[in-house]
Design a protein around this ligand. Structure first.
Ligand code: SF4
Ligand code: MG
Length: 328
């Protein structure tokens, strides 16, 4: 459904080129949810924007994003516009600030329905009713429809955006920290809502971006761990979380997975040290300065991606070239 090939997304700033996404290959099939996890500043949100062609200067994208085999960056604008609603939709990070504050929620919904009138199979009135039902499902009371976004709390605005991004049942949904402004009870409602849409087949594939591994793990069938603009480990969620291979993933998961194998509700921050500056990333492995297992070669050469039992790991420890005796 969605795949990238050597995707790069760079910000051209006065300080230099920030390599926020630097050579990412992902694949999300039908009935799959890819959880993308990483610390803040690892490039997750930029990846989300690049995946949905939400790209404005100073951000520029190279490589390709294939939606059902077609590169969204070579599509005519009209084709992309249609796909945005019904094919490939995003719940952006800070979604609550993305709404037009001068239009009532009811009219935001109507505008969305109108703008995709030709590509949606439902009658507009049925769709509007569906919007009302779904609003209740995520805890938005009826009166919200008659308010302007500025009259709503951040959490309510976030849910209005979630409602809009999912109303036309996009085949692929990219959700970037969709529950960040919500309290725990509402968070659960929203996760349940997304899970239901997925189970009903309303959404066929999802990319769920978050720094909260526990939440990602609830939804994800597959997991990709991002570090300094690159994916360092990816594969079936169960394996990546329970039997991590990359030293970075090991560090993250040891803070997260309790001896009883329960996933603790902790946010991702615990590792010592800082991620590198993405204007001048280290030339070898980007995790080198923080890695307990580092070897000389790691400092000099970019680690290759190695497939170990269905999990892809970007680390010299798993390459043929590894030095004697060191293994995590
Ligand atoms: Fe550590 Fe080397 Fe693997 Fe990088 S390549 S994670 S420095 S062992
Ligand atoms: Mg982010």
């Amino acid at each position: 459904m969605l795949a990238t090939k050597d995707l790069r997304a760079y910000y051209f700033t006065r300080r230099g080129i920030v390599r926020a996404v630097d050579g990412v290959d992902i694949e999300v099939g039908v009935n799959r949810v890819l959880g993308v996890v990483g610390e803040s500043g690892s490039g997750k949100s930029t990846l989300g924007m690049a995946l949905t062609a939400l790209v404005r200067p100073p951000l520029r994208v190279q490589g390709s994003v294939l939606y059902k085999g077609k590169d969204i960056y070579s599509m005519p604008p009209e084709e992309l516009r249609v796909i945005r609603g019904v094919g490939l939709s995003i719940i952006p990070q800070f979604a609550m600030d993305a709404l037009n504050p001068t239009v009532r929620v009811r009219d935001l919904i109507r505008d969305l329905i109108d703008s995709h009138r030709d590509s949606v199979k439902y009658h507009p009135e049925d769709l509007f009713r569906k919007a009302q039902e779904r609003a209740l499902q995520i805890g938005l009371p009826k009166w919200v429809l008659d308010r302007y976004p500025v009259e709503l709390s951040g959490g309510m605005r976030q849910r209005v955006t979630i409602l809009l991004s999912t109303l036309l049942d996009p085949e692929v949904l990219v959700a970037d920290e969709p529950t960040s402004a919500l309290d725990v009870v509402i968070q659960r409602l929203v996760i349940q809502y997304l899970q239901d849409l997925f189970k009903e087949g309303a959404i066929k594939s999802m990319v769920f971006i978050t720094h909260d591994i526990a939440t990602a793990y609830q939804l994800a069938t597959d997991m990709a761990v991002m570090y300094a603009g690159q994916i360092v480990e990816s594969g079936p969620a169960e394996k990546v979380v329970r039997e991590p291979s990359h030293p970075y993933t090991k560090g993250l998961m040891s803070a997260l997975v309790e001896p009883g194998m329960n996933i603790r509700k902790v946010k991702l921050e615990g590792l010592a040290g800082e991620p590198p500056d993405l204007v001048n990333p280290p030339k070898g492995c980007r995790f080198y300065p923080r890695c307990r297992y580092r070897m000389d070669i790691c400092k000099e050469e970019d680690p290759p991606e190695v497939d170990i039992g269905g999990v892809r790991v970007k680390c010299w420890l798993y390459a043929g070239k590894k030095e004697a005796g060191v293994r995590p």
